[in-house]
Design a protein around this ligand. Structure first.
Ligand code: PMP
Length: 400
């Protein structure tokens, strides 16, 4: 990995060198990913699957090779278990609709947690409203980790699904999903893991995790926007109805009755983002060359370094300090509004995110208006943190 693989990191913001620390929102793309997009549109752009002509066949081969690439990256048993979606949000919405149609009835229960992103709350809430089901929430302990004792007491014979984040997008905490899955399976309850914030930062093997469903977004993994993954164990996906109707997901269409395609196409209505999937495969090649274990280790060390240096700032409250974390740190300083700090940092060329981070129930729980969130990626280094800390101190001095 070379920082120069990411041209955008050379940008000047208000005549200052960009320091990009907003990677939990989206990551920058290496040249290899940009090249893959240009290559697709320049040399083999044609709609896939239905064409007899050469370009269509080439495009189809690239798309299906990308599916296999994702399956290998996530450790899936088969490429049939990899559904291309528009993003992690779309994946959860599709699953909530499809799983809900087949399995959720009045009075059934779905368990999520207090620290979920809105994308892993609202689709389940909508399902519960539609089916008169009940949404239950795993509470947090004082140290902001999941209360696993409370979790076990939430499980009942009515529990039909558990959906939790692997890594919190606000706190960076790595949740004990292996334990959640083991406990859930002892009750024959399937588990969906929201991997939007884990897949970019640590090795994932869905077979080892034994999760039933797993979702992630390509744009947070150095790939293109508008593309996500819904992984599901084949026996689950085979037994779920399609979430959307249209071309590609059908076997035969008659006005009286339509039969559906096999996996994975049953869940992919319409023209998929086949240039995006090819670019995503290039992103996965790029990060695999570095190695996910190496990325995890480097980012964990940099997170610890950033936490240590943040403690130099008087009156700072770092949330979930010292917990097992990857790449994300949220904090507040005294009573200063996070937005004010974020605005001043921006004028110094530093990109961080402030606010509720699409996790209002967690922010309400913390009883703050929002947080300042620093989030790291493989191209960040100590120099970025060393530029960030004095800039933050300066912002605090201006606002105090
Ligand atoms: N879950 C988590 C934990 C996230 O951080 C995000 C993105 N911030 C999402 C889901 C949704 O991802 P997307 O916006 O790419 O659909």
């Amino acid at each position: 990995m070379n920082k120069s693989d990411f041209q955008i990191l050379n940008e000047q913001i208000y005549n200052r060198q960009l320091v990009y620390l907003d990677n939990a929102a989206t990551t920058q793309k290496p040249q290899a990913v940009l090249d893959a997009i240009i290559d697709g549109y320049t040399h083999w752009n044609a709609n896939i699957h239905r064409g007899v002509h050469h370009l269509s066949q080439v495009a189809t081969q690239h798309h299906e090779a990308a599916r296999q690439r994702v399956a290998d990256f996530l450790g899936a048993q088969s490429a049939n278990e990899i559904i291309f979606t528009k993003g992690a949000t779309d994946s959860i919405n599709m699953l909530a609709f499809s799983f809900g149609e087949a399995n959720i009835h009045e009075g059934d229960e779905i368990i999520i947690s207090q620290l979920e992103h809105h994308s892993n709350i609202v689709p389940w809430q909508m399902l519960c409203e539609r089916k008169k089901a009940i949404l239950k929430v795993i509470s947090l302990k004082d140290d902001l980790t999941l209360d696993m004792t409370a979790f076990e007491t939430l499980i009942s014979p009515k529990t039909k699904l558990i959906s939790v984040a692997h890594v919190s997008n606000v706190l960076g905490i790595i949740n004990p999903v292996e334990d959640i899955i083991r406990i859930a399976h002892a009750h024959n309850i399937p588990v969906c893991i929201d991997g939007a914030q884990s897949a970019p930062h640590m090795p994932i093997n869905v077979q080892q995790l034994d999760c039933d469903f797993f979702v992630c977004s390509a744009h947070k993994m150095y790939g293109p926007t508008g593309l996500g993954i819904l992984y599901g164990k084949e026996q689950w996906l085979n037994n779920l109805p399609p979430a959307e109707g249209g071309g590609e997901m059908i076997e035969h269409v008659r006005f009286e009755h339509t039969t559906y395609n096999t996996l994975p196409y049953k869940f992919e209505a319409g023209t998929p983002n086949f240039i995006g999937s090819h670019a995503f495969a290039a992103a996965l090649d790029y990060i695999s060359q570095i190695g996910m274990s190496a990325i995890h280790q480097t980012e964990t060390e940099l997170t610890a370094y950033a936490e240590k240096r943040l403690n130099e700032i008087p009156n700072i409250s770092i949330y979930a300090q010292g917990q097992p974390k990857t790449g994300v740190i949220s904090f507040n300083i005294g009573n200063i509004h996070p937005f004010d700090i974020g605005t001043i940092l921006d004028h110094m060329g530093i990109a961080v995110r402030t606010g509720h981070h699409c996790a209002e129930p967690l922010i309400d729980y913390l009883k703050v208006p929002g947080t300042i969130r620093l989030s790291l990626a493989l191209y960040n280094d100590k120099a970025d943190i060393d530029a960030f800390i004095p800039a933050l101190q300066r912002a605090v001095d201006i606002l105090s």
